[in-house]
Write a protein that binds this ligand. Structure first.
Ligand code: HEC
Length: 461
């Protein structure tokens, strides 16, 4: 028997419209195709005068475009009305071509689109990347996926994350590139690429697939593409994959729209079900706080690390707060005690949620060390239980099984154990659609706390 289960908090969702945010020039720049832009950059001789890493060019007549880092609007303006000695392209290029160039050249500053380029396999191997060069690693892992398939490549990534600091540090972006490579291997078919994947390193592989699937789509069509993207039965049949797809959608939307938070949230809001909407929203906020491409979103404030959670509409707060510690940890330089302090000072009704988010990040930082995760959660003091709940969920999500999460809960302080097992159950429920099998899995990993696990799974009250 299959059950469509809603995430807690959904009943609170109130519908309201968000104002659209782009002006026409932004819109046009954002609509360009960065891949076509890359071709034009060479064909039009831009490369002869400009140094630009993404194009592999080393011209020195004009400014270095990596240093200048113009946004798409600035590039458009330059092409429409050049100054100084740069030749005029105003009449030479069509509006579309100008937009394509703007999307390509402006990507580093605002849109991030060029980073979602299609994967181009070459003969780079992991052995060539001994110096820890991240571009080399991303390409080499991508080649592994393209040649050998996602499964062995992702296993390799998982094992190298524990033995190689450069791989561990860049694993999310590596996994993104692997997702893009999988789409190339499976000839742009999202479903087989998804089914063959894994959630290693915060699901970067799934995000990479989705982000790449948007490529070349005009902004006006994003909502339609978004609704279709995860609808293949191969994906919808598996709750876990379905979640990864919809959540990846949120990441992809942010990257593709140039970190346009309100615009991305609006597309999430238009998805079909409540589950779709909140999963997508979570991806949007995660990408906002923790850009896959090192972009600093304009929806972050140095002096107010809780922002935008304290300013978004009520229905978006839950998923904002569930991810806010990604930002708090960054501003505190990964000081867990200071991060816990900031959680305590967030909006009262959301302190609990902030600590659940804290737990997820504490677990990520602790890696496989249960002791470190438990120590991190002690910093949460009165909210230790919320933190442990977050840890349990993160572990089960990362493993796609409950054993390690169950062992963690067994070591948690007795008063928090039940809630910890609820966390285990809540994620197991997303992994296991068959009720009987879910019950068996809860029993197996939580022993005499099975009832708590089952409660978390929504099977008992
Ligand atoms: C003959 C050399 C030459 C060519 C070809 C050329 N540029 Fe330029 N470009 C320049 C110079 C010189 C500047 C410096 C500012 C000025 O004189 O306007 C410039 C400025 C720019 C800027 C502004 C950078 C900033 O500081 O914000 C952009 C963007 C730009 N070029 C993009 C392009 C693109 C895209 C092409 C190809 C369609 C191109 N350029 C072709 C010489 C060139």
């Amino acid at each position: 028997m299959k059950r469509a289960r809603l995430l807690p908090g959904l009943a609170l969702i109130v519908l309201a419209a968000l104002a659209p945010v782009s002006c026409s020039s932004d819109e046009q720049a954002a609509n360009g195709d960065p891949v076509a832009g890359k071709r034009l950059f060479a064909a039009q001789g831009c490369d002869g005068c400009h140094t630009f890493k993404a194009a592999g060019s080393k011209g020195t007549v004009g400014p270095d475009l990596d240093d200048a880092s113009p946004n798409p609007r600035r590039v458009l303006a330059q092409l429409r009305k050049p100054g100084g000695i740069m030749p005029s392209f105003a009449d030479k290029l069509s509006d579309d071509e100008k937009a394509d160039l703007a999307a390509f050249v402006g990507a580093g500053n605002a849109s991030g689109k060029a980073v979602a380029e299609p994967f181009a396999p070459d003969d780079k191997r992991l052995a060539d990347c001994r110096d820890g060069n991240t571009e080399c690693l991303e390409q080499a892992f991508g080649n592994l996926v393209f040649n050998d398939g996602p499964k062995p490549a992702l296993d390799r990534l998982q094992s190298m994350m524990t033995s190689d600091a450069a791989v561990a540090g860049d694993c999310h972006r590596i996994a993104h590139r692997m997702g893009s490579a999988a789409l190339a291997r499976f000839k742009d078919k999202v479903a087989p690429a998804f089914v063959a994947g894994s959630a290693v390193c915060a699901s970067g592989y799934y995000h990479g697939i989705v982000e790449r699937a948007f490529l070349g789509q005009p902004t006006a069509r994003l909502a339609v593409v978004a609704r279709q993207l995860c609808s293949d039965p191969q994906i919808t049949e598996q709750r876990f994959l379905f979640y990864q797809c919809i959540h990846g959608l949120g990441h992809g939307l942010m990257i593709y729209t140039g970190y346009d938070l309100p615009g991305s949230l609006k597309i999430c809001d238009d998805l079909r079900t409540g589950f779709d909407r909140v999963s997508c929203t979570g991806g949007v906020f995660m990408e906002n706080f923790n850009s896959s491409y090192g972009v600093t979103s304009k929806y972050l404030r140095k002096t107010d690390p809780i922002y935008p959670c304290n300013s978004v509409v009520e229905r978006h707060k839950l998923y904002c707060y569930l991810l806010v510690t990604a930002n708090l940890l960054r501003v505190t330089n990964y000081d867990q005690a200071k991060t816990a302090d900031l959680c305590r000072r967030s909006e009262k009704p959301w302190v609990k949620t902030c600590f659940e988010s804290f737990g997820r990040d504490v677990s990520g930082i602790a890696g496989k060390s249960a002791s470190k995760a438990l120590a991190g959660c002690r910093l949460a003091e009165a909210n230790e239980g919320d933190c442990l709940y977050g840890v349990a969920r993160e572990i089960v999500n990362a493993d796609a099984e409950g054993e390690r999460g169950g062992r963690l809960c067994a070591r948690a302080p007795a008063r928090h154990r039940a809630y910890c097992y609820e966390g285990v159950g809540s994620v197991l429920a997303a992994l296991e659609p068959i009720e009987q099998a879910l019950t068996a899995r809860c029993r197996k990993v939580s022993g005499r706390h099975a009832r708590s696990c089952l409660r978390g799974a929504g099977l008992v009250s």
